[in-house]
Design a protein around this ligand. Structure first.
Ligand code: SF4
Ligand code: SF4
Length: 194
């Protein structure tokens, strides 16, 4: 049976989405010609359901929902190997950043929504305490993710080894920490940051 060809065109592509990703990432999605050099060098590709070059291909084919619902963007370690290997100067690491931002904003049906939740709680802790407060992070994560007894048995071990603290002191430079968060929010409002 003859294989059906899928042609790339303005129709098969969701051009609005491609433009949005290109604007957020500052790089071209359309320039990728699928040589695969990015995926060949990506240290996280084996953990992803769609390796980096396929992420770009799915975007080109208008199938971005599959990317936002999957785990690939959350397994990307932002190491930028893909970007440095690309012969076409596609900054794939920035595309991954842009896709994470879109997935985050959508609060979408990501299979890795726990990763998003952990990420949000991590940053909330830093903003509130100026450093990480692991006990609170684990407790709030378990409550919000509905896994109340998750890692229950680990807690006492970590406490006795001094790896977890029940009480926590705030960073003394909270004003400086707040300045960083406020600055990022301001840059986001102006479209200067993701
Ligand atoms: S290396 Fe660049 S051109 Fe090649 S597949 Fe990856 S993004 Fe596309
Ligand atoms: S930036 Fe992400 S996608 Fe690119 S090589 Fe590193 S882990 Fe892979």
């Amino acid at each position: 049976m003859k294989k059906k060809k899928m042609l790339l065109s303005q129709e098969t592509m969701d051009i609005a989405m491609v433009r949005k990703v290109e604007a957020l990432s500052g790089t071209s999605v359309r320039r990728c010609f699928q040589c695969g050099k990015c995926s060949a060098g990506c240290p996280m590709a084996t953990f992803m359901e769609h390796p980096p070059n396929r992420v770009v291909r799915l975007l080109q084919l208008g199938q971005w929902q599959r990317i936002l619902a999957g785990r690939s963007i959350w397994y990307c370690a932002s190491c930028e190997t893909c970007s440095t290997r690309c012969p076409n100067k596609v900054h794939l690491a920035s595309i991954m950043d842009a896709l994470r931002k879109l997935s985050w904003d959508q609060d979408g049906p990501s299979k890795e929504s726990y990763v998003q939740l952990a990420n949000k709680l991590f940053l909330q802790n830093i903003r509130t305490y100026g450093r990480q407060y692991e006990m609170r992070l684990a407790a709030v994560f378990n409550v919000k993710s509905g896994q109340f007894l998750k890692d229950m048995m680990l807690g006492p071990k970590l406490l006795t080894k001094g790896k977890l603290k029940v009480f926590h002191q705030k960073n003394r430079n909270m004003a400086e920490v707040e300045k960083i968060f406020s600055r990022i929010e301001e840059m986001r409002r102006k479209g200067e940051a993701l």
